[in-house]
Design a protein around this ligand. Structure first.
Ligand code: ADP
Ligand code: MG
Length: 407
Protein backbone atom coordinates (compact mmCIF):
# COMPACT_ATOMS: atom_id res chain seq x y z
CA UNK A 1 0.00 0.00 0.00
CA UNK A 2 1.23 3.46 -0.91
CA UNK A 3 0.31 6.81 0.55
CA UNK A 4 -1.43 7.70 -2.66
CA UNK A 5 -3.92 4.88 -2.06
CA UNK A 6 -4.91 6.15 1.37
CA UNK A 7 -8.14 7.99 1.92
CA UNK A 8 -6.40 11.10 3.11
CA UNK A 9 -6.75 14.57 1.63
CA UNK A 10 -4.89 15.37 -1.54
CA UNK A 11 -2.86 18.17 0.04
CA UNK A 12 -1.22 15.58 2.26
CA UNK A 13 -0.67 13.01 -0.47
CA UNK A 14 1.00 15.53 -2.74
CA UNK A 15 3.25 16.82 -0.03
CA UNK A 16 4.25 13.30 1.08
CA UNK A 17 5.14 12.59 -2.51
CA UNK A 18 7.32 15.69 -2.65
CA UNK A 19 9.01 14.58 0.57
CA UNK A 20 9.70 11.21 -1.08
CA UNK A 21 7.50 9.42 1.47
CA UNK A 22 6.04 6.79 -0.82
CA UNK A 23 5.18 3.84 1.35
CA UNK A 24 4.22 3.89 5.00
CA UNK A 25 6.59 2.29 7.49
CA UNK A 26 5.22 -0.66 9.50
CA UNK A 27 4.06 1.46 12.39
CA UNK A 28 2.48 3.97 10.01
CA UNK A 29 0.76 1.17 8.14
CA UNK A 30 -0.83 -0.10 11.33
CA UNK A 31 -1.46 3.13 13.21
CA UNK A 32 -2.74 5.49 10.51
CA UNK A 33 -6.05 3.72 9.72
CA UNK A 34 -6.84 3.30 13.42
CA UNK A 35 -6.14 6.95 14.13
CA UNK A 36 -8.17 8.07 11.12
CA UNK A 37 -10.94 5.96 12.59
CA UNK A 38 -10.88 8.00 15.77
CA UNK A 39 -9.53 5.21 17.95
CA UNK A 40 -7.25 5.63 20.93
CA UNK A 41 -3.89 4.08 20.18
CA UNK A 42 -0.86 3.08 22.15
CA UNK A 43 1.89 2.61 19.58
CA UNK A 44 5.18 0.98 20.41
CA UNK A 45 7.83 0.78 17.73
CA UNK A 46 11.60 0.99 17.56
CA UNK A 47 13.57 4.17 17.30
CA UNK A 48 13.74 5.73 13.86
CA UNK A 49 10.73 3.92 12.42
CA UNK A 50 8.65 6.97 11.60
CA UNK A 51 6.41 7.33 14.63
CA UNK A 52 6.10 11.08 14.16
CA UNK A 53 4.47 10.91 10.73
CA UNK A 54 2.34 8.03 12.03
CA UNK A 55 0.40 10.54 14.08
CA UNK A 56 1.05 13.74 12.11
CA UNK A 57 -0.57 12.45 8.89
CA UNK A 58 -3.91 11.24 10.32
CA UNK A 59 -4.16 14.18 12.73
CA UNK A 60 -3.69 16.71 9.93
CA UNK A 61 -6.25 14.85 7.86
CA UNK A 62 -8.80 14.98 10.67
CA UNK A 63 -8.15 18.64 11.43
CA UNK A 64 -8.70 19.64 7.83
CA UNK A 65 -11.81 17.53 7.31
CA UNK A 66 -13.50 18.61 10.48
CA UNK A 67 -13.62 22.37 10.50
CA UNK A 68 -13.10 24.36 13.64
CA UNK A 69 -16.33 25.75 15.09
CA UNK A 70 -16.63 28.72 17.43
CA UNK A 71 -13.98 27.36 19.76
CA UNK A 72 -10.79 29.39 19.51
CA UNK A 73 -8.38 27.29 21.54
CA UNK A 74 -6.01 24.47 20.72
CA UNK A 75 -7.47 21.45 18.89
CA UNK A 76 -4.56 19.03 19.09
CA UNK A 77 -2.15 18.90 21.97
CA UNK A 78 1.13 17.04 21.63
CA UNK A 79 3.11 16.68 24.85
CA UNK A 80 6.82 15.90 24.70
CA UNK A 81 9.67 15.77 27.20
CA UNK A 82 12.29 18.05 25.61
CA UNK A 83 12.31 21.43 23.91
CA UNK A 84 14.28 20.15 20.96
CA UNK A 85 11.72 17.44 20.40
CA UNK A 86 8.89 19.97 20.63
CA UNK A 87 10.52 22.04 17.91
CA UNK A 88 11.28 19.03 15.74
CA UNK A 89 7.71 17.71 15.85
CA UNK A 90 6.43 21.23 15.13
CA UNK A 91 8.63 21.25 12.04
CA UNK A 92 7.23 17.90 10.89
CA UNK A 93 3.62 19.12 11.30
CA UNK A 94 4.49 22.26 9.35
CA UNK A 95 6.27 20.39 6.61
CA UNK A 96 3.71 17.65 6.04
CA UNK A 97 0.87 20.14 6.48
CA UNK A 98 2.49 22.73 4.23
CA UNK A 99 -0.48 22.92 1.84
CA UNK A 100 -3.14 22.86 4.54
CA UNK A 101 -4.25 25.76 6.68
CA UNK A 102 -3.45 23.95 9.92
CA UNK A 103 -1.37 26.13 12.23
CA UNK A 104 1.17 24.41 14.45
CA UNK A 105 3.13 26.04 17.23
CA UNK A 106 5.92 24.71 19.46
CA UNK A 107 5.69 25.88 23.06
CA UNK A 108 8.48 25.33 25.56
CA UNK A 109 10.42 26.95 28.35
CA UNK A 110 13.77 28.68 28.17
CA UNK A 111 12.51 31.35 25.82
CA UNK A 112 10.48 34.53 26.38
CA UNK A 113 6.87 34.07 27.27
CA UNK A 114 5.51 37.29 25.78
CA UNK A 115 5.95 36.32 22.14
CA UNK A 116 4.43 32.93 22.88
CA UNK A 117 1.34 34.53 24.41
CA UNK A 118 0.94 36.73 21.35
CA UNK A 119 1.18 33.73 19.07
CA UNK A 120 -1.38 31.81 21.10
CA UNK A 121 -3.85 34.66 20.68
CA UNK A 122 -3.78 34.17 16.93
CA UNK A 123 -5.38 30.70 16.90
CA UNK A 124 -3.24 27.61 17.09
CA UNK A 125 -4.58 24.29 15.84
CA UNK A 126 -1.75 22.02 16.94
CA UNK A 127 0.26 22.85 20.01
CA UNK A 128 3.42 20.83 20.58
CA UNK A 129 4.55 21.53 24.11
CA UNK A 130 6.75 20.60 27.01
CA UNK A 131 4.61 20.26 30.14
CA UNK A 132 6.17 22.97 32.31
CA UNK A 133 5.66 26.05 30.15
CA UNK A 134 2.34 24.80 28.88
CA UNK A 135 1.04 24.41 32.38
CA UNK A 136 2.24 27.91 33.33
CA UNK A 137 0.39 29.45 30.42
CA UNK A 138 -2.79 27.50 31.12
CA UNK A 139 -2.75 28.63 34.76
CA UNK A 140 -2.20 32.22 33.68
CA UNK A 141 -5.21 31.97 31.40
CA UNK A 142 -3.29 32.46 28.16
CA UNK A 143 -3.85 29.03 26.79
CA UNK A 144 -7.25 27.50 26.11
CA UNK A 145 -7.30 23.72 25.93
CA UNK A 146 -10.96 23.27 26.86
CA UNK A 147 -11.86 21.95 23.43
CA UNK A 148 -8.88 19.73 22.63
CA UNK A 149 -9.92 16.92 20.27
CA UNK A 150 -6.66 14.95 20.15
CA UNK A 151 -4.10 14.42 22.88
CA UNK A 152 -0.77 12.89 21.92
CA UNK A 153 2.01 11.86 24.25
CA UNK A 154 5.34 11.22 22.56
CA UNK A 155 8.21 9.73 24.58
CA UNK A 156 5.88 9.81 27.54
CA UNK A 157 8.08 7.60 29.68
CA UNK A 158 10.75 10.28 29.80
CA UNK A 159 8.17 12.84 30.87
CA UNK A 160 7.39 10.58 33.79
CA UNK A 161 11.06 10.22 34.63
CA UNK A 162 11.40 13.97 34.55
CA UNK A 163 8.68 14.30 37.14
CA UNK A 164 5.99 15.65 34.85
CA UNK A 165 3.32 13.17 35.90
CA UNK A 166 1.34 15.69 37.90
CA UNK A 167 1.53 18.31 35.13
CA UNK A 168 0.26 15.75 32.65
CA UNK A 169 -2.60 14.69 34.88
CA UNK A 170 -3.53 18.30 35.62
CA UNK A 171 -3.62 19.12 31.93
CA UNK A 172 -5.67 16.03 31.19
CA UNK A 173 -8.24 17.24 33.72
CA UNK A 174 -8.60 20.48 31.76
CA UNK A 175 -9.29 18.92 28.39
CA UNK A 176 -12.51 17.17 27.34
CA UNK A 177 -13.00 13.55 28.37
CA UNK A 178 -14.31 12.84 24.96
CA UNK A 179 -11.20 13.07 22.84
CA UNK A 180 -8.75 10.90 21.00
CA UNK A 181 -5.65 9.94 22.96
CA UNK A 182 -2.48 8.57 21.40
CA UNK A 183 0.72 7.32 22.98
CA UNK A 184 3.93 6.89 21.04
CA UNK A 185 6.99 5.28 22.50
CA UNK A 186 9.97 3.07 21.69
CA UNK A 187 10.37 1.68 25.17
CA UNK A 188 7.63 0.71 27.51
CA UNK A 189 7.68 -0.05 31.19
CA UNK A 190 5.24 -0.35 34.09
CA UNK A 191 5.19 3.38 34.82
CA UNK A 192 4.15 4.29 31.34
CA UNK A 193 1.54 1.57 31.29
CA UNK A 194 -0.08 2.87 34.43
CA UNK A 195 -0.01 6.42 33.08
CA UNK A 196 -1.53 5.19 29.88
CA UNK A 197 -4.32 3.45 31.70
CA UNK A 198 -4.95 6.51 33.83
CA UNK A 199 -5.56 8.77 30.82
CA UNK A 200 -7.02 6.40 28.30
CA UNK A 201 -9.42 3.51 28.41
CA UNK A 202 -9.23 0.58 26.06
CA UNK A 203 -6.53 1.97 23.84
CA UNK A 204 -5.74 -0.16 20.87
CA UNK A 205 -2.25 -1.45 21.37
CA UNK A 206 -0.10 -1.55 18.28
CA UNK A 207 3.32 -2.98 18.78
CA UNK A 208 6.01 -3.57 16.19
CA UNK A 209 8.89 -5.93 17.00
CA UNK A 210 8.38 -5.86 20.71
CA UNK A 211 11.49 -7.75 21.76
CA UNK A 212 14.29 -5.40 20.95
CA UNK A 213 13.37 -1.74 20.87
CA UNK A 214 16.54 -0.74 19.02
CA UNK A 215 16.22 -0.24 15.32
CA UNK A 216 17.35 -3.25 13.30
CA UNK A 217 19.61 -1.18 11.09
CA UNK A 218 21.99 -0.26 13.90
CA UNK A 219 25.08 -2.40 14.48
CA UNK A 220 26.46 -2.48 17.96
CA UNK A 221 29.98 -2.92 19.25
CA UNK A 222 31.73 -2.41 22.54
CA UNK A 223 35.40 -1.86 23.20
CA UNK A 224 36.92 -2.40 26.62
CA UNK A 225 38.92 0.71 27.23
CA UNK A 226 40.35 2.11 30.42
CA UNK A 227 38.64 5.25 31.62
CA UNK A 228 41.86 7.25 31.20
CA UNK A 229 42.29 6.05 27.65
CA UNK A 230 38.86 6.82 26.29
CA UNK A 231 39.87 10.13 24.77
CA UNK A 232 42.59 8.45 22.71
CA UNK A 233 40.13 5.97 21.34
CA UNK A 234 37.72 8.74 20.52
CA UNK A 235 40.49 10.60 18.75
CA UNK A 236 41.21 7.41 16.89
CA UNK A 237 37.68 6.82 15.59
CA UNK A 238 37.09 10.48 14.79
CA UNK A 239 40.28 10.50 12.73
CA UNK A 240 39.57 7.19 11.08
CA UNK A 241 36.12 8.27 9.89
CA UNK A 242 36.92 11.89 9.33
CA UNK A 243 34.06 12.53 6.93
CA UNK A 244 31.27 11.15 9.05
CA UNK A 245 28.82 12.77 11.46
CA UNK A 246 29.19 11.55 15.05
CA UNK A 247 27.04 11.87 18.12
CA UNK A 248 29.10 11.24 21.24
CA UNK A 249 27.33 10.64 24.53
CA UNK A 250 28.93 11.32 27.88
CA UNK A 251 27.51 11.22 31.38
CA UNK A 252 27.56 14.86 32.42
CA UNK A 253 27.67 18.40 31.11
CA UNK A 254 31.10 18.89 32.61
CA UNK A 255 32.43 15.84 30.87
CA UNK A 256 30.96 16.98 27.56
CA UNK A 257 32.92 20.21 27.81
CA UNK A 258 36.08 18.39 28.83
CA UNK A 259 35.91 15.91 26.01
CA UNK A 260 35.55 18.82 23.59
CA UNK A 261 38.60 20.46 25.17
CA UNK A 262 40.54 17.20 24.93
CA UNK A 263 39.71 16.85 21.23
CA UNK A 264 40.64 20.45 20.63
CA UNK A 265 44.13 19.68 21.91
CA UNK A 266 44.58 17.21 19.12
CA UNK A 267 42.98 19.55 16.58
CA UNK A 268 39.72 17.74 16.21
CA UNK A 269 36.82 20.13 16.12
CA UNK A 270 33.88 18.99 18.19
CA UNK A 271 31.01 20.91 19.81
CA UNK A 272 29.30 20.31 23.10
CA UNK A 273 25.55 20.34 23.54
CA UNK A 274 23.85 20.05 26.90
CA UNK A 275 21.07 21.33 29.10
CA UNK A 276 23.28 23.99 30.69
CA UNK A 277 23.37 26.00 27.49
CA UNK A 278 20.90 28.77 26.81
CA UNK A 279 17.95 27.56 24.79
CA UNK A 280 18.75 29.84 21.85
CA UNK A 281 22.25 28.43 21.76
CA UNK A 282 20.90 24.87 21.95
CA UNK A 283 18.73 25.40 18.89
CA UNK A 284 21.56 27.08 17.02
CA UNK A 285 23.93 24.20 17.64
CA UNK A 286 21.39 21.55 16.72
CA UNK A 287 20.55 23.43 13.58
CA UNK A 288 24.20 23.68 12.55
CA UNK A 289 24.60 19.98 13.26
CA UNK A 290 21.55 19.18 11.16
CA UNK A 291 23.00 21.20 8.30
CA UNK A 292 26.33 19.40 8.56
CA UNK A 293 28.19 22.50 9.73
CA UNK A 294 29.08 20.63 12.88
CA UNK A 295 30.45 17.13 12.41
CA UNK A 296 30.85 15.87 15.95
CA UNK A 297 28.43 16.71 18.71
CA UNK A 298 29.40 15.74 22.24
CA UNK A 299 26.30 15.56 24.34
CA UNK A 300 24.50 14.24 27.38
CA UNK A 301 21.26 12.30 27.54
CA UNK A 302 19.40 15.52 26.81
CA UNK A 303 19.90 14.60 23.14
CA UNK A 304 19.10 10.91 23.60
CA UNK A 305 15.41 11.15 22.81
CA UNK A 306 13.53 11.71 19.64
CA UNK A 307 16.09 13.87 17.86
CA UNK A 308 16.06 12.96 14.19
CA UNK A 309 19.15 13.86 12.19
CA UNK A 310 19.33 11.38 9.32
CA UNK A 311 23.02 12.10 8.56
CA UNK A 312 24.17 10.68 11.89
CA UNK A 313 25.83 7.41 11.10
CA UNK A 314 27.84 6.87 14.27
CA UNK A 315 26.82 7.03 17.89
CA UNK A 316 29.63 6.73 20.40
CA UNK A 317 28.83 5.93 24.00
CA UNK A 318 31.94 7.50 25.43
CA UNK A 319 30.41 6.69 28.79
CA UNK A 320 27.83 3.98 29.11
CA UNK A 321 24.42 5.25 30.18
CA UNK A 322 23.44 4.43 33.71
CA UNK A 323 19.96 3.63 32.56
CA UNK A 324 19.77 0.72 30.13
CA UNK A 325 16.75 2.23 28.43
CA UNK A 326 18.82 5.24 27.48
CA UNK A 327 21.22 2.98 25.64
CA UNK A 328 18.37 2.18 23.28
CA UNK A 329 17.44 5.82 22.80
CA UNK A 330 21.01 7.00 22.32
CA UNK A 331 21.78 4.35 19.72
CA UNK A 332 18.46 5.11 18.07
CA UNK A 333 19.83 8.50 17.00
CA UNK A 334 21.55 6.71 14.14
CA UNK A 335 20.15 4.17 11.69
CA UNK A 336 17.01 6.24 11.15
CA UNK A 337 14.51 5.50 8.43
CA UNK A 338 16.30 3.29 5.96
CA UNK A 339 19.79 4.47 6.94
CA UNK A 340 22.36 2.22 8.50
CA UNK A 341 23.97 3.13 11.77
CA UNK A 342 26.81 1.99 13.97
CA UNK A 343 26.94 2.34 17.74
CA UNK A 344 30.27 2.02 19.50
CA UNK A 345 30.51 1.94 23.28
CA UNK A 346 33.60 2.48 25.38
CA UNK A 347 33.35 0.35 28.46
CA UNK A 348 35.75 0.78 31.36
CA UNK A 349 36.20 -1.76 34.13
CA UNK A 350 33.82 0.16 36.38
CA UNK A 351 31.16 0.19 33.70
CA UNK A 352 31.04 -3.54 33.10
CA UNK A 353 27.99 -4.02 35.34
CA UNK A 354 26.19 -1.36 33.26
CA UNK A 355 27.05 -3.23 30.11
CA UNK A 356 25.57 -6.37 31.57
CA UNK A 357 22.35 -4.56 32.48
CA UNK A 358 22.11 -3.14 28.97
CA UNK A 359 22.50 -6.56 27.42
CA UNK A 360 19.88 -8.00 29.73
CA UNK A 361 17.54 -5.17 28.86
CA UNK A 362 17.90 -5.46 25.09
CA UNK A 363 18.19 -9.24 25.23
CA UNK A 364 21.10 -9.18 22.84
CA UNK A 365 24.82 -9.45 23.20
CA UNK A 366 26.81 -6.54 21.91
CA UNK A 367 29.72 -7.55 19.69
CA UNK A 368 33.08 -7.21 21.41
CA UNK A 369 35.63 -5.22 19.51
CA UNK A 370 38.70 -7.31 19.99
CA UNK A 371 41.55 -4.90 20.51
CA UNK A 372 44.75 -6.85 20.61
CA UNK A 373 47.24 -5.49 23.10
CA UNK A 374 49.46 -4.21 20.31
CA UNK A 375 46.68 -2.31 18.67
CA UNK A 376 45.56 -0.89 21.99
CA UNK A 377 49.13 0.14 22.70
CA UNK A 378 49.45 1.68 19.27
CA UNK A 379 46.40 3.85 19.72
CA UNK A 380 47.83 5.18 22.96
CA UNK A 381 51.21 5.63 21.34
CA UNK A 382 49.74 7.45 18.36
CA UNK A 383 47.81 9.83 20.53
CA UNK A 384 49.24 13.29 20.14
CA UNK A 385 49.06 14.32 23.72
CA UNK A 386 50.53 11.90 26.19
CA UNK A 387 50.46 14.58 28.84
CA UNK A 388 48.26 13.45 31.69
CA UNK A 389 47.95 16.72 33.58
CA UNK A 390 44.66 17.72 32.14
CA UNK A 391 43.50 14.15 32.17
CA UNK A 392 42.92 14.72 35.87
CA UNK A 393 40.31 17.28 34.91
CA UNK A 394 38.40 14.74 32.93
CA UNK A 395 38.59 12.28 35.76
CA UNK A 396 37.45 14.64 38.45
CA UNK A 397 33.83 14.01 37.84
CA UNK A 398 34.05 10.35 37.07
CA UNK A 399 32.03 9.42 40.08
CA UNK A 400 29.47 12.06 39.29
CA UNK A 401 26.65 10.18 37.63
CA UNK A 402 24.16 11.81 35.43
CA UNK A 403 21.39 13.10 37.52
CA UNK A 404 19.09 15.02 35.25
CA UNK A 405 20.55 18.27 36.61
CA UNK A 406 23.80 17.33 35.04
CA UNK A 407 22.49 16.96 31.51
P1 ADP B 1 10.76 7.69 15.47
O1 ADP B 1 9.92 8.73 16.13
O2 ADP B 1 10.05 6.39 15.27
O3 ADP B 1 12.08 7.50 16.17
P2 ADP B 1 10.84 9.57 13.26
O4 ADP B 1 9.39 9.83 13.19
O5 ADP B 1 11.70 10.67 13.84
O6 ADP B 1 11.15 8.19 14.01
O7 ADP B 1 11.33 9.21 11.75
C1 ADP B 1 12.62 8.77 11.44
C2 ADP B 1 13.01 9.19 10.03
O8 ADP B 1 12.28 8.46 9.06
C3 ADP B 1 12.74 10.67 9.75
O9 ADP B 1 13.88 11.22 9.17
C4 ADP B 1 11.57 10.65 8.79
O10 ADP B 1 11.62 11.75 7.91
C5 ADP B 1 11.74 9.33 8.05
N1 ADP B 1 10.46 8.74 7.61
C6 ADP B 1 9.36 8.54 8.35
N2 ADP B 1 8.38 7.94 7.66
C7 ADP B 1 8.86 7.74 6.41
C8 ADP B 1 8.31 7.16 5.20
N3 ADP B 1 7.09 6.64 5.17
N4 ADP B 1 9.11 7.12 4.11
C9 ADP B 1 10.35 7.63 4.15
N5 ADP B 1 10.93 8.19 5.24
C10 ADP B 1 10.19 8.25 6.36
MG1 MG C 1 9.97 9.88 17.85
Amino acid sequence: MKFKDYSIIKELKDQLERMAFKKPTDIQFKAIPAILNGEDVMAIAQTGTGKTAAFVIPILDQLVRKKRGKYEGVRTLVMVPTRELAQQITDVFQEIGKDTDVKTFGLYGGVEQEAQIKRLNRKVDVLVATPGRMFDLISQGHLDVSGVEHLILDEADLMLDKGFLKDIQDVVKKIPKKRQTLFFTATIDKKIKSLAYSVVKDALRIQISPKNPVAKNVDHAVAFVEMDHKRFFLENVLTEYEEEAFLVFVRTKVRAERVVAAMERVNIKTTFFHGGLEQGERFKILDAYRKGEIRVLVTTDVAARGIDIPAVKYVVNYDLPEDAENYVHRCGRCGRGRNKGQAISFCSKDEEPLLQTIEEYTGENIARLELDPNEYGQILFDADDPNYDWQKLIDQDNDFWDKEDNW
